[in-house]
Structures are given as C-alpha cells and as structure tokens.
Ligand binder design. Structure first.
Ligand code: UDP
Length: 323
C-alpha cells in the first residue's frame, strides 16, 4: 500500500489515479485544507493532517510500503507573506512524517520538490548539480526538507527520491480531476479565467526582465507526465533502494506572453492583457534539463504546450459549467 499525502490536491490526485490504474493500492491522507474529497476517486481516503499525531493511526490501520509526499503549501507569493507557515507545514511537519515512517519501518519516500530550490540559476537549462540558492521561503522550505532527507538516508534503511517539478499544468484527459486552487495564483488557470470571462483581464507580473520579450520564462510540464515520473521513481526505489534527485520539466521555456498567446489560440477567445509590477521572489528564467531522469528512469514527457493548455481548457470549461 502506498500512502499519498496531499492526494486530494492537484498533482497528488493525478498521481493517485495513475498509481491505481497501474495496479497499486493507495491510501490518500489529506486534511482538505487545499484539496477536494471529490478528487479522491481511487483507493482509500483518510481525512487527517499529515503533521498531526493522528497520522500514526493511519500507519496502524494500513500496511504501508512507501510514502509519496505532496501535502505542502506551494505559492511563492504566499510564502513571502507568511514564511513561518511554510517553514512549519512544509519542513517541520515533514520531520513528523519521517519520524512516524521510522517507527513503522517504512523505508521508501518520494518528495514533491521544486525548481524554486535553485533560486536564480547560474546556467540554463538547469541540471541537478547546480547550487541550491532559493530566493523565496517556498523554495527554502523545500531545500531544507531535501537536506533532512539526506540526513535520514545517511542513518540507513531509508531511501528517497526528490522530484524537482518545474511548472505543473494541464489536467486529466478524462476531465475527472484538474487544477483547482482557491484562491488561484497560477498563470495558466488565471489566463483561462480571462478567456472564459470570469476575469476582465490578465496581469503580467513584470515586462522588464532580461528575456527576449521582457516577461518571465518557465518550463510547463503536464501533470500526467509528473504522475508517470512518480510511478517510475517508486519502482526505482523498490528495485535499487538508492536515493536520488531529479528535475522534471519539458526542457522548453515559454514566456508569460507566449503562454497568453497560446491560450488565446487554443480557446479562440480574446481578452485584455495588462502590465503590472514584478512579483517578489520570481526568477527571470527557469528551464529544466531532465536528462538525468530520462537516462536513469527512462522517463520522457509525452505532452507539449498545446496539449497542456487544451486539457486545462477542457477542465476549465467543465468547472465553469458546474459553477
Ligand atoms: N504570472 C503573471 N501573472 C499572473 C500569474 C503569474 O505574470 O497573474 C507569472 C509569474 O510571475 C511567473 C509565471 O507567470 O513568471 C508563472 O507563475 P506561476 O505562479 O504560475 O508559477 P511559478 O513559476 O510561480 O511556480
């Protein structure tokens, strides 16, 4: 049985679906602070905070072989306003989880990490061996969690994979689950809100970056490609019992303006675009070099930007109909 913390959230629910489709048994642990119970359509569900002592009861109830840990706060802007909250939930509570895993002899762990651990990278595309110098509390909370995992692995009988996601986007092609944050802060769903008429306009956070069109460049990766990487990482831990760190991106960068243009093309709708101030904590360019995971785990992303936005749009239209 695989325990999935945060399995009622965006990336967690897609991974839970993929694991169940691949024949794995899962139990989702989620306190529904950000996630939705309706997203847990596969496996077991326990409404529980992964940072609480109640988590022990879940380990007593199920025969857990490994943990995939999604539960975390993940907004750069929010982390700048509330750094302590990010430190406690993302780092301290993960230590609680690791302690309980030790008590129950659970020795496999996958962490949702992030490109934000690199800060302003020295070289593009980014390889895993670059220096980690996070420039916002969100990135920092994941950086120190990775360090805690290193220490845990050094103690023995424990191995982990840390997956550094670039920009997760898109939705399940069956439209059963998708991206739904409240409040929404991510670019693609906000642009689609403008396309569907739920917002009057979209604001670009800064057009004076050192990039060809002045707007920030990111590497967008389909959520199902991320889900697939978790399965491969889990199988790797079962077979090799070796700790490792991998970047997960498409290896292609798109500027904020290019994303807006692609959304206009896919949806066929036009809307107003405004230029706003830079958002604190945003690096200019983040593009992944994912060669390592391709070589080591045989993972390759299947979906391009158009497919990412098409799937996100289909989900967006469905959510808009439901209201
Ligand atoms: N962004 C923007 N307007 C918005 C939301 C985001 O210009 O309303 C930009 C943001 O500054 C960043 C990129 O879009 O350069 C992606 O931001 P998002 O929050 O989706 O992901 P992040 O890169 O922060 O993980």
């Amino acid at each position: 049985m695989i325990l999935i913390t945060g399995g009622a959230g965006y990336i967690g629910s897609h991974t839970n679906k993929a694991l169940n489709n691949a024949g794995y048994e899962t139990v989702v642990v989620d306190n529904l602070s950000k996630g939705y119970e309706s997203f847990v359509k596969w496996g077991n569900f326990e409404n529980c905070d992964f940072g609480s002592q109640d988590l022990r009861k879940v380990f007593e109830k199920y025969d857990i072989d490994g943990v995939i840990h999604f539960a975390a706060f993940s907004s750069v802007a929010e982390s700048v306003e509330m750094p302590q909250m990010y430190f406690k939930n993302n780092y301290r509570n993960t230590l609680n989880l690791l302690k309980i895993m030790r008590e129950f002899n659970v020795d496999k762990f996958i962490l949702s990490s992030t490109a934000a651990v690199y800060g302003n990278p020295e070289k593009i595309p980014i390889t895993e061996d670059q220096d980690l110098k996070p420039i916002n509390p969100y990135g920092h909370s994941k950086f120190i969690t990775e360090k805690a995992l290193e220490r845990e692995a050094e103690k023995g009988d424990f191995s982990y994979v840390s997956l550094r996601y670039f920009n997760a986007a898109g939705a399940d092609f069956d439209c059963e689950i998708g991206e739904l944050h409240d409040p929404e802060t991510h670019l693609i769903p906000l642009v689609l809100d403008a396309a569907i008429g739920k917002r009057d306009s979209i604001s670009i956070f800064g057009d004076d970056y050192d990039t060809p069109d002045g707007t920030c460049i990111r590497d967008y990766i389909h959520v199902n490609d991320l889900a697939d990487a978790h399965i491969k990482a889990y199988e790797y831990l079962c077979e090799e019992k070796e700790s490792n760190v991998f970047n997960l991106g498409n290896g292609e960068g798109y500027s904020v303006l290019e994303i807006i243009d692609e959304c206009k093309k896919v949806t066929g709708n036009d809307f107003e675009v405004k230029i706003d101030e830079r958002r604190e904590g945003d690096p200019a360019i983040l593009i992944a070099d994912s060669t390592k995971i391709k070589d080591k785990l045989g993972w390759t992303p299947k979906y391009n930007l158009e497919q990412i936005i098409e799937s996100a749009w289909k989900w967006h239209e469905k959510m808009n109909l439901i209201g």
